[in-house]
Ligand binder design. Structure first.
Ligand code: B12
Length: 217
């Protein structure tokens, strides 16, 4: 059943893939396992696209399948909501990158855990990030990037944040598929992951410790 789901996603069988995912959810599949399968299916489509075996429209369909399955599984809903926000995360997809499925998934999960999120959207220019950090004073700056062509803008953002002295008392976090590439080394970034759970955990632990530190002072 598990391999079947990966195959159905890779073959872009939208309805069947969603049906199998629903069955797996009803059988009590672990959210992490379901997530891994969807990602494996998406990787297969990504590879086909790279090899010229499918079209942009297919990428769109694969994105829809992933979004629907993640929504059915309520992947983002496993945490307690707190009344007072644990802290604020400023989120955006970097310039020249319009992918937002991963970003939105992260945002839903953070909000469900009582963290306030300011979403700058996709294709966000460095200056817009800088202005927003000054305006909202977030605890965490979270940037999503899946396009290798956008990596230079991440470095520009790191430099601009440092020059404007905007990295103190907050964390700068990067996520998305570019993290897989060893050559992505941006010194200003505190933590990089393309693992959903690791990203959420990092934010929670940092904010809890920051709040505790503020209380102890
Ligand atoms: C769906 C998809 C699209 C959809 C996007 C729909 C949308 N609303 O986002 C559409 C069709 C629009 C699209 C367009 C394009 N795409 Co596209 N797309 C994909 C595909 C198949 C899946 C991406 C995805 O949504 N993954 C699922 C999410 C959940 O994963 P994720 O983004 O990695 O996010 C997770 C983690 O990384 C993490 N995370 C994400 N952000 C953050 C941030 C923080 C702070 C943290 C902690 C964690 C975190 O959490 C998420 C949940 O786990 C990938 C292939 C792949 N396997 O990645 C190609 C892929 C990313 N696309 C690619 C390309 C080339 C394009 C186009 C240029 C195609 C074209 N010719 O026009 C355009 C891009 C235009 C642009 N300027 O951005 C290439 C990129 C190659 C490269 N080297 O950069 C890929 C890798 C396909 C390939 N192998 O060729 N695409």
């Amino acid at each position: 059943m598990k391999n079947k789901l990966i195959e159905l996603i890779a073959d872009l069988k939208l309805n069947e893939a969603e049906e199998v995912a629903d069955e797996l959810i009803q059988q009590g599949i672990k959210a992490q396992d379901l997530y891994d399968m969807v990602m494996e299916g998406l990787n297969a489509i990504g590879k086909k696209y790279e090899n010229g075996e499918c079209y942009i429209a297919d990428l769109i369909v694969s994105g829809m399948i992933a979004k629907n399955i993640f929504a059915s599984a309520n992947l983002h809903q496993s945490g307690e909501n707190s009344v007072k926000p644990l802290g604020t995360v400023l989120f955006g997809t970097i310039f020249d990158d319009i992918h937002d499925i991963g970003k939105d998934l992260m945002i839903d999960a953070l909000e469900n855990r009582g963290i306030e999120v300011i979403d700058l959207g996709v294709d966000v220019k460095v200056e817009k990030f800088i202005d927003a950090v000054k305006q909202y004073q977030p605890d965490i700056i979270a940037v999503s990037c899946v396009m290798t062509n956008s990596i230079p803008y991440l470095q520009q953002l790191g430099n601009a944040l440092e020059e404007a002295n905007l990295l103190e008392n907050r964390r700068f976090l990067l996520g998305g598929a570019v993290v897989n590439h060893d050559y992505v080394k941006i010194p200003q970034i505190d933590f990089m992951t393309n693992n959903f759970y690791e990203g959420i955990r990092y934010c929670e632990v940092y904010l809890e410790e920051k709040n505790k530190g503020a209380k102890d002072e």
